[in-house]
Design a protein around this ligand. Structure first.
Ligand code: SF4
Ligand code: SF4
Length: 139
């Protein structure tokens, strides 16, 4: 019998895919134990789920292949989004989009922006909105 493993994943949902019962199918059809611990998914807008899935490597692989058929992007968190401070102009544009304040004003006087890797849930919002390409993901 295959060993079970737990993987931390982030699923990024385009607007039209938010209502589909993807998690239900991960549990019912792919035998995974799913622990959602951060989520922002509404029918009106883009959303993301950060979750642990537990199952065999084979079941997880099949489940992720299923998820991708819904135009959902998968990010295997743990390696992290990076912010290149050489490119960052400290314009502050990303801050209002960051749901966890991982991007924040570190110095009120200089308006210097800083990045807390620990608080980043890899929603990828900053990558989409940064006008200077300072934010990037390995995935
Ligand atoms: S949007 Fe980009 S350039 Fe502006 S503060 Fe954020 S990371 Fe820096
Ligand atoms: S990916 Fe960017 S916007 Fe999302 S939590 Fe991390 S720093 Fe904030």
């Amino acid at each position: 019998m295959s060993q079970t493993v737990t993987k931390k994943l982030m699923l990024f949902f385009p607007r039209c895919e938010c209502e589909k019962p993807i998690i239900y199918h991960l549990v019912k059809d792919h035998n995974l134990v799913v622990n959602v611990y951060r989520a922002k998914v509404t029918p009106e807008e883009e959303g993301y789920l950060v979750l642990d899935v537990t199952g065999t490597e084979e079941d997880i692989e099949r489940a992720m292949a299923f998820v991708k058929t819904f135009n959902v992007s998968i990010n295997y968190t743990g390696k992290g989004v990076t912010v290149d401070m050489d490119r960052c102009t400290h314009c502050g544009h990303c801050i209002t989009y960051c749901p966890t304040e991982a991007l924040y004003i570190a110095d009120e006087a200089t308006r210097e922006v800083a990045f807390s890797e620990r608080d980043c849930i890899e929603c990828l919002a900053c990558i989409r909105v940064c006008p200077f390409g300072a934010c990037a993901s390995a995935f």
